[in-house]
Design a protein around this ligand. Structure first.
Ligand SMILES: NC(=O)c1ccc[n+]([C@@H]2O[C@H](COP(=O)([O-])OP(=O)(O)OC[C@H]3O[C@@H](n4cnc5c(N)ncnc54)[C@H](OP(=O)(O)O)[C@@H]3O)[C@@H](O)[C@H]2O)c1
Length: 345
């Protein structure tokens, strides 16, 4: 019998402490949700506003603690990273839309990147941190056709170089996702996804690599299960490689019993460039060079890491069944009254 107050040594292993930056973002939330399910991590979910609805949703998950910090404020990151063993790092180029500028601001993302990497270095030098997973963006399939590259891609690749410069590659895995499926839920009037319309930014006959944003969480969980093997590696990750027409046909097969026809509609490049110039450059880049994920190699790694990628078909079905509580209006075309109902990222 134990004396009162005696400490019982737990025979279960202590959870690894991981900090997840931008935890309320689509990527960050996916990472937090996936790691929370494993029961192997104590997760510090970093946000600038611990009271927002998204933060509270994340904070209600198992093994998650909300931590207030800002990628623009190095001291706040320093505190948030105190004692962590793993960091998932992400940055954002999006600063608030302005006419003739759009919302993508390179200097905003670069400053976050420098702050993040500098604080990763500090945490590493303190001795606890042993693995850093940085989420970048897929590199080109044909590097000779890389230029002109989108500015917000170049920023992430420049941050990757800064990781090397600070000699942190030895503890870093870089994941480089391609375009999210979630981009199909754009808010452009007339180009909303519906049972009849599948909107995209590239020509209908180009093969285009895409991924469900939640799958980035699965990749992080997989990489963290074999850290020694995947430290120093950089992997372009994707879930599908389909033409616009094939994507529209995937949706059509799901809704065919309703006698509907789904058409792929390309959003005019000139409109994209007017609204967000860098996204237009990105669409040119995808058609010219293409994302560089090696789909065959990925299948092998996914098997090893127990990652089951979400297919576009399953993603569409889930959206249609409203399983993900999406507020997209699928059955009718866009009307101004529905504008507010669209899922606000
Ligand atoms: N869209 C795509 O297809 C795609 C594909 C690959 C990669 N990416 C990249 O993925 C990254 C994340 O995109 P996302 O769509 O997942 O993000 P998101 O949903 O737009 O979320 C952005 C988040 O960034 C946080 N944030 C903004 N400024 C911050 C700052 N100064 N410090 C800390 N947090 C800040 C905000 O959180 P709080 O307000 O709670 O702090 C917000 O939740 C971006 O760099 C994007 O370029 C996008």
């Amino acid at each position: 019998m134990l004396e009162q107050g005696a400490i019982v040594e737990s025979d279960t292993k202590r959870n690894t402490v991981i900090a997840v930056t931008m935890a309320t973002s689509r990527q960050g939330a996916g990472v937090v949700k996936e790691l929370s399910k494993t029961n192997k991590y104590q997760i510090r979910a970093i946000t600038r506003n611990t009271k927002s609805a998204k933060a509270l949703e994340i904070g209600s998950l198992n093994n998650v603690e909300l931590v207030k910090a800002d990628l623009m404020d190095p001291e706040s990151l320093n505190k948030a990273f105190e004692g962590v063993e793993v960091i998932f790092g992400n940055t954002t180029p999006t600063k608030g839309w302005k006419l003739f500028r759009g919302s993508i601001v390179r200097s905003y993302e670069m400053e976050q990147g420098y702050n993040l990497i500098n604080q990763v270095k500090t945490a590493y030098e303190k001795g606890k941190l042993n693995h850093f997973v940085f989420s970048s963006i897929s590199k080109a399939k044909d590097p000779l056709k890389n230029e002109p590259a989108p500015g917000h891609f170049t920023s992430k690749w420049d941050i990757e170089e800064y990781i090397e410069k600070l000699d942190l590659k030895k503890i870093t895995t870089v994941l480089r996702p391609v375009s999210y499926f979630e981009n199909f839920e754009n808010k452009l009037p007339g180009y909303n996804i519906s049972k009849k319309v599948f909107p995209g930014i590239i020509g209908k006959d180009f093969k285009w690599q895409t991924i469900a944003v939640e799958d980035i969480g699965k990749w992080v969980r997989g990489i963290l299960s074999k850290p020694e093997k995947y430290k120093t590696q950089s992997i372009n990750i994707a879930g599908e490689e389909l033409t616009g027409h094939e994507m529209a046909m995937t949706l059509q097969r799901i809704v065919s019993s309703e006698g509907l026809q789904t058409n792929y509609i390309k959003i005019p490049r000139v409109a994209i460039k007017f609204l967000e110039y860098d996204i237009g450059v990105m669409a040119d880049w995808i058609e010219r060079s293409g994302y560089g994920a090696d789909m065959k190699k990925l299948k092998i790694i996914q098997k090893e890491l127990n990652i089951v990628p979400t297919s576009l078909k399953d993603w569409l079905k889930a959206k249609l069944e409203n399983k993900n509580k999406s507020q997209i209006e699928w059955s009718r075309h866009w009307k101004s009254s529905q504008w507010k109902l669209l899922w606000d990222k």
